[in-house]
Design a protein. Structure first.
Lengths: 371, 280, 305
């Protein structure tokens, strides 16, 4: 079975994206010298799905992408595309579109020639090439810039050219390696919308690598969180955001209050934990938490209720250290009398030194096994 | 040499790099063969056409030392080489700095002008220059040889140092200025320490080249100011009178001098960085 | 010197005075170098040019261009141009062809990379005379090269490698290689490897990558190396005498100039010949630069803001 899509004359409407049935990755592993970059990476990607690999630098997400693209040879594991093992297939015949973090636009070719490159490699007829390039540039709103050279474009424009170049070949799989990380905040938001729009319009199966959790949440059908070469949790954005499996994932999604605790009691979907210093809390355990053992507890700033001494009838006594106005709320650093520091989010303005009572909703204090 | 974290290597590539080793080995063998032939000859008492000399001796080196005044010539070579290097650095480093930091009208033609002496044969300006030096009573003297060799050495210094300065973040100097440092202090406390290793490395490279500079010294030198390369040429050219083994001995000394400097340079510079890329 | 990826440092804006116009102060440090070049190069060069236009002796009656006319008019003098081109162009081409794949491969790490690079560069220290003497020994009738060829029965009689065109060719090729290699290595390391990876993901096989991406990006380096190599080999002199046939097929143009100066003591004619040399070299460099500009535009780092 040929791994390359055959050349076709372009229809007048955007060509339908080639669908892959299923991508199965099994046991992918890679080490560079003494560093384990990727360890036993398993993933299934459905046709048309937008999957993000999310994690800090060095977690192995880019390595996984490079293995899929064929640019790096894994030490072990298999990649199956509709059942076909890609191990024998070099990158030039996989038919994947790749958008690199640094864009990798050919500096000695115009924008149009850059976009046309993949089509020329496929052997598409020149008239068809010109038409498809035009359509691809229109897709990314760069119709008039075909004759410019990459050095003459802004960062955002270059990024869009890189996108057009990958899309025009109608790839079976789109691989994007932190494409937005070099853009400023405003541009990043704009391009994120563009990418989302393009995915909805073209329905391309996409693997997206990023360290930005906002991007992952807004773009993905599913997110895979990685740390130290291992895939820790895979799920829909809602799943990983609301129900993280581990402290690492929780921390990634804004559970900024993370404490090492001792799990005093665990039963019936409730855990009682003690933070060293004497503070006792009730929380919801995730799988793997054992009674009497060490654990990690985490809660979001917005899930900690702050009330004045008379407002709530019970709570953890604490003092406000300082408060930051962040536009729609105040973020305060609050130290409990027991010595534990909480970051809380509250609509009220608290003065420095004010005495407050903190209440933590047990269903929002998650308890995880230690890493 | 250990590869600590090797960059991801693409598939089906670099797997067959054996040809690199083969090509390098072939080249090295050829060069080694040529060198060894001369070297063995220089320590041979006689060599009548077998695979190896018939006997060994150091007497040719002693002969060269005495007959060609090798010790003195070596001294001249070192003095000339070092002086030319130092002077071209003194002239070239500030020039390279200016070229690296400032874009001004005429920068490109100026760079071209500074580099031009390297692009034209030395004879074109060598003969008139020699005449000028003789007229200034510098002909045949050590000073004359030094002055004349600055002309091809200076462009080399500029070419090496300009990209080097371009690579140093100009914000470092600006930061120093905002902290109250005047130009001299900026130079002494900020630029010099950062630039020094590069300047030294460049100096070594210039020295390697300076030792080999032939044509101009040839035109200007007198009996008391010949550098090794010129003296060597004279003895080789009049080969009928001198024993070939003695010439070889002298030539080996010449090579070893250059080799020592080059190896010193290679210790501090990766050849990949050794190159000058002229800006577009 | 390699630029760190993404660090776009370079000449800043021109120093401007508060009231507009150019401040010349910061440009002062370049003055001494400029002065030296003007006094010790431009002036002698111009003087040499003038000298060549004032023929002496028998040619004095021929007008200002007599030296040039005599040079081009005498077949055996004119032949020196051809003799030199016959050496310079093939040697440069050969060294480029050999150095390019090596430099290209060596820009990526390889076990023993530093040793290899050192080995390829050390011939720089050999010097013309050692190379020549060594070649006379090594390639002579009783030398190792012929001995090996005879022992392997590849030839039946010793081959004449020296005191002819072949000798000078080999000598130049060896002497010229390190510089060509270094220049190419420097440029090759400046090419962003991601560009080739991108080309692969877009379906380009090794030949397409070479033709469409690698070579165009290396064009500036190839041009620089070609220019450097030609200039160096075209000025060949000592080896043409020591391992060549200075009176015959390897009577190179530098030798013609030298003979005019030091055997006939006709300095104007020597200058004229030197000017012809310079002109040929500059024409070649100009041609190479023009060819490069057609092949390529822009920096070698992949487009990144």
């Amino acid at each position: 079975m040929s791994a390359r899509p055959a050349a076709e004359p372009a229809p007048s409407a955007p060509a339908p994206a080639r669908r892959i049935g299923r991508l199965e990755v099994r046991g992918l592993s890679k080490r560079f010298a003494h560093v384990v970059a990727l360890s036993n990476f398993d993933l299934d990607v459905q046709s048309g799905e937008f999957i993000s690999l999310l994690g800090p630098s060095g977690c192995g997400k880019s390595t996984a992408l490079n293995c899929l693209a064929g640019l790096v040879e894994p030490d072990a594991g298999r990649i199956l595309l509709d059942g076909e093992d890609l191990a024998r297939v070099p990158p030039e015949r996989r038919g994947f579109g790749v958008v690199f973090q640094s864009y990798a636009l050919f500096p000695h070719m115009t924008v149009a020639r850059n976009v046309a490159f993949g089509l020329e490699m496929m052997g598409v007829r020149p008239e068809a090439v010109a038409e498809r390039v035009r359509q691809a540039l229109a897709l990314v709103h760069l119709e008039d810039l075909g004759d410019r050279y990459p050095a003459q474009l802004s960062g955002g424009q270059q990024q869009r050219v890189a996108l057009a170049r990958a899309l025009v070949i109608e790839p079976r799989l789109l691989l994007m390696d932190e494409p937005l990380s070099n853009l400023d905040a405003k541009l990043r938001l704009e391009m994120r919308l563009e990418i989302r729009r393009l995915h909805q319009r073209l329905g391309l199966t996409t693997l997206y690598v990023t360290h930005d959790q906002e991007e992952a949440l807004s773009l993905s059908d599913r997110i895979g969180l990685m740390k130290d070469g291992v895939l820790r949790q895979v799920g829909t954005p809602e799943e990983v955001y609301l129900h993280p499996d581990t402290a690492f994932v929780a921390n990634f999604f804004g559970y900024r209050n993370v404490f090492r605790v001792h799990a005093d009691a665990v039963h019936d979907g409730r855990a009682t934990v003690t933070i060293p210093g004497g503070l006792r809390l009730e929380g919801t355990p995730r799988s793997g938490v054992r009674q009497g053992a060490d654990a990690v507890a985490a809660v979001r700033p917005e899930d900690v209720e702050v009330g004045g001494p008379g407002g709530v009838d019970h709570g953890i006594p604490a003092t406000v250290e300082f408060a930051e106005f962040v536009g729609d709320a105040f973020e305060c650093s609050v130290t409990a009398d027991a010595g534990v520091v909480f970051v809380v989010r509250t609509p009220d303005r608290w003065a420095q030194g004010a005495r407050v009572l903190l209440r933590v909703d047990p269903s929002r204090l998650l308890v995880f096994p230690p890493e | 040499m250990s590869a600590v974290a090797r960059a991801p290597r693409a598939r089906t590539d670099g797997g067959s790099s054996w040809w690199v080793y083969a090509a390098v080995a072939a080249f090295a063998l050829l060069v080694a063969g040529i060198f060894l032939s001369a070297f063995l000859n220089s320590i041979a008492s006689s060599w009548f056409g077998g695979w190896l000399p018939d006997g060994y001796t150091m007497r040719w080196y002693r002969f060269a030392l005495a007959e060609f005044n090798l010790g003195y010539v070596l001294w001249v070579t070192v003095v000339v080489g070092v002086s030319v290097t130092v002077l071209s650095l003194i002239l070239g480093v500030p020039a390279a700095y200016v070229l690296a930091r400032h874009a001004f009208p005429g920068r490109a033609p100026l760079l071209l002008l500074l580099v031009l002496p390297m692009l034209v044969p030395p004879i074109t300006y060598g003969i008139p220059l020699a005449a000028m030096l003789y007229a200034a009573h510098l002909g045949g003297s050590l000073a004359g040889v030094i002055v004349v060799n600055i002309v091809p050495a200076l462009p080399f210094a500029v070419l090496i140092m300009t990209p080097f300065f371009e690579q140093i973040d100009p914000n470092l100097e600006r930061a120093a200025r905002t902290l109250g440092a005047g130009p001299v202090q900026v130079f002494r406390r900020v630029l010099l320490p950062i630039a020094l290793p590069g300047v030294l490395a460049a100096g070594l490279l210039i020295l390697v080249r300076a030792i080999a500079l032939f044509e101009l010294t040839f035109l200007v030198s007198g009996a008391r100011s010949q550098t090794l390369v010129v003296a060597l040429y004279y003895t080789a050219f009049a080969a009928g009178i001198r024993p070939a083994q003695a010439i070889d001995a002298m030539a080996v000394v010449y090579m070893v001098t250059g080799l020592v400097v080059l190896l010193a340079a290679l210790r501090f510079i990766n050849p990949v960085n050794m190159v000058i890329r002229v800006r577009q | 010197m390699q630029r760190a990826a993404g660090a776009r440092v370079g000449p800043g804006t021109a120093p401007r005075a508060r009231r507009g116009g150019l401040r010349w102060g910061p440009l002062v440090p370049i003055a001494p170098a400029l002065l030296v070049v003007l006094v010790l190069f431009v002036y002698p060069f111009a003087y040499g040019l003038a000298l060549s236009l004032h023929p002496i002796g028998a040619l004095a009656r021929g007008g200002m261009l007599a030296n040039y006319a005599a040079f081009f008019g005498t077949p055996w003098e004119r032949a020196s141009i051809w003799n030199t081109l016959r050496l310079a162009v093939p040697v440069s081409a050969l060294d480029l062809a050999l150095a390019l794949p090596l430099a290209y491969r060596l820009r990526r790490p390889l076990p023993g990379q530093r040793l290899i690079t050192a080995l390829l560069v050390i011939p720089m220290t050999l010097g013309t005379v050692l190379l020549a003497e060594g070649m006379i020994e090594f390639f002579g009738p009783a030398g190792w090269a012929n001995k090996a060829l005879l022992a392997l029965h590849l030839v039946r009689m010793p081959v004449q490698f020296v005191h002819n065109y072949t000798g000078v060719f080999i000598s130049l090729a060896i002497a010229d290689f390190p510089a060509v290699f270094l220049v190419l290595l420097g440029y090759a390391s400046g090419v962003d490897p991601r560009l080739e990876q991108a080309a692969r993901t877009l379906g380009a096989g090794w030949w397409a990558r070479l033709r469409r991406v690698t070579l165009p990006l290396l064009a500036p380096g190839i041009a620089a190396a070609a220019a450097l190599s030609f200039v160096a080999t075209f000025s060949v002199f000592p080896s043409a005498v020591l391992v060549g046939e200075p009176a015959g097929s390897t009577r190179v143009i530098a030798l013609a100039a030298w003979q005019a100066a030091y055997e006939q003591f006709d300095y104007p004619r020597a200058s004229a010949i030197a000017m012809v040399m310079a002109a040929i070299e500059l024409v070649f460099v100009a041609l190479v630069l023009a060819a490069r500009n057609r092949a390529y535009r822009g920096p070698t780092i992949g487009g990144r803001g």
